[in-house]
Design a protein around this ligand. Structure first.
Ligand code: FES
Length: 159
């Protein structure tokens, strides 16, 4: 993952990707996913470069980046905790779990804690609906999240 790159390098990255993978409108999501994988988030300064590379308006690109919850617009914390907000997990106490997680981890949903240690993000179904409410902690699924599980997650993050 590359970090801390400037606007020129960003534009070069985007241009190289578009040269290799195409410049049609349907390339927008693959490019955004690749960029997030490469940089860790979709920086606002990438939007003009992406628009130019794919012949889209900046508003088109910005609209897609902000519509999809998958795209992070700022660097994540050292740990990323994702909580499922989809229907089954909500029916199994997801909202209460989310409030408890925000409290226990000291960060609001969609935010990164000030010390940069953890980012709390929503996710929409992990395919584990029968054992919710569910979370992903640094990519590892955690089922039946309750107060004890949140304590374990908080200890993991503090370590
Ligand atoms: S609804 Fe949460 S895992 Fe499917």
């Amino acid at each position: 993952m590359q970090q801390g790159i400037g606007a020129e390098d960003m534009a070069r990255l985007v241009e190289d990707w578009a040269s290799a993978h195409g410049r049609t409108r349907d390339r927008l999501l693959p490019l955004l996913h690749w960029l997030q994988e490469e940089i860790g988030y979709v920086d606002d300064m990438a939007v003009p470069a992406i628009a130019a590379a794919l012949n889209l308006s900046r508003a088109d690109v910005h609209g897609v980046v902000t519509f999809y919850h998958d795209f992070r617009r700022a660097p994540a914390g050292r740990h990323v905790v994702k909580l499922c907000r989809a229907e089954s997990c909500q029916a199994r106490g997801g909202a209460a779990m989310e409030a408890a997680a925000a409290d226990r981890l000291g960060v609001a949903m969609g935010e990164t804690r000030r010390d940069g240690q953890v980012t709390l993000e929503p996710v929409y179904c992990l395919g584990l609906c029968a054992v919710g409410p569910n979370a992903l902690v640094d990519g590892r699924p955690v089922a039946r999240v309750d107060a004890a599980a949140l304590d374990r997650i908080a200890r993991e993050i503090a370590a």
